[in-house]
Design a protein around this ligand. Sequence first.
Ligand code: MN
Length: 252
Amino acid sequence: MARPIILVSNDDGIYAPGIEALAEMVAEFGDVYVSAPAGERSAQSHAITLHAHLRAQEIKPRWHAVTGTPVDSVYLGALHACPRLPDLVVSGVNNGFNLGTDVYYSGTVGAAREGRLRGASAIAFSVDYHADPRILEPTVRALVPAVLERHRDGERHLLNVNAPTAPNNPTAPPQVCRLGRRRYRDRVEKRHDLMGRPYFWIGGPADQQGDVLGEDTYAVHHGHISVTPLTIDDTADSLKTWSDEIDRRFDP
Ligand code: MN
């Protein structure tokens, strides 16, 4: 049986320490190709570059630095750098959590989701800010073969994994959780440039208030590694509500 092809990407850029650690950790499970942004492209979500050209530089064998977004990197990597479509796309290890509603902003998750949309299985890995990406090693060793086995059987999965700085017990099994609601102390800061014109900084620090048991935010804030399976079908279960509503409003 052919060795699986594993495409590695991230949003912190190809020179970030986390991607090198991830590429090394998955190497035993398949043929590894790396395609990642040439620089920091965090919080790019699922952005794709369709109105400008991209360049890709092979900085070492099978490692391509792409001038675009994380999704551009996976698109190029999957359809151009890899000899065939990858079986697995892994993204990270991100420097900083991607918990709860962060998945809507995260380039790390965006890269993994792009892999899933292209028919691969995918896992996004993140650790607390400045944590050692290697704390995910036992989790990588458990999850990557499991996802690859299921992929061979025709299943497709997209997982989001987060690890706190110092897990209570790094070899303890991760907790499988729902996405939480990531709270931030939202801020809009207005400043003035040298011409006296206003400009703004948005965003604020995370807030751990209101974590709920069973959610990824709660798990990592209590010292556990979290694993959340994600779906790419955003359809809500209110189909019937809206079908009835439309029927009523269009009833002649
Ligand atoms: Mn990042």
